[in-house]
Design a protein around this ligand. Structure first.
Ligand SMILES: [Zn+2]
Length: 71
């Protein structure tokens, strides 16, 4: 079923968590993280290379979530 669900941060975060929960091996995890970063389901802090869910407004180092991501 196709819905025009708005891609809000909570929706994207839920999607990312569901995908990551399906990962069994570290290899799978890495692949899903890589794809999720490209798809905007996760964002990465360039300073500390830490991955964050879209609902996270800022990294622990203070770097803000990229402005292109929905709030
Ligand atoms: Zn950081």
């Amino acid at each position: 079923m196709m819905h025009t669900t708005e891609m809000t941060a909570p929706v994207l975060t839920t999607a990312a968590k569901l995908l990551l929960e399906e990962c069994v091996t570290p290899h799978e995890w890495n692949a899903v993280v890589r794809v999720s970063l490209k798809a905007g389901l996760l964002w990465r802090c360039h300073d500390c290379k830490e991955n964050h869910y879209p609902i996270v407004d800022a990294c622990s180092c203070g770097t803000q979530r990229p402005s292109h991501m929905p709030g």
